[in-house]
Design a binder for this molecule. Sequence first.
Ligand code: S3P
Length: 177
Amino acid sequence: MKDDITRPNIIITGFMGTGKTTLGKRLAAALGYEFVDTDELIVARSGRTVEEIFHEQGEAVFREMESAIAKELGEKEGLVISTGGRTMLDPTNAAALSKKGRVFCLVARPEEIMERLSQDPDVCRPLLDGPNPMERIVELLRERQEGYARFPQLVTSGKSPDELVDILLEIIQQDSA
Ligand code: S3P
């Protein structure tokens, strides 16, 4: 990240259901930053749900939309950006978004992810839309482990969103002091 940035973006990554959006919104409010969720931006711009894009146009088209947004947001400042679960695992997206910001990766156990996703039935995750979502979560986590491990980790287990915001604020403020 360059030194002349006064309001560095905060980028939240991590697997589906780790609480990126909930945390991102609260952190943005605490910092007085604008909140952006990459999935929500894709949905707003395309007029389609993530599920519709995956089913009607295919995952590759979704990933292109994701990359275009990463490139665009990477030029801005003063944002808290909650990313889709795979956005930051693409090195080009990660480079674009890291340019003016710092990244944190939320971590949760598969059981907690499953529990959180089942509490959010309105949002469909096409990648988990099969006969055994728990098995798929474990499989995808294993595949993605190395990619997520590149970013500073924040373990969410047993912590409320507000506690997590406080932890992040402390880290952010310590580093900018
Ligand atoms: C995906 C995560 C989703 C969404 C899409 C694909 C992934 O976002 O981008 O369903 O590949 O991990 P959330 O992490 O916000 O659920």
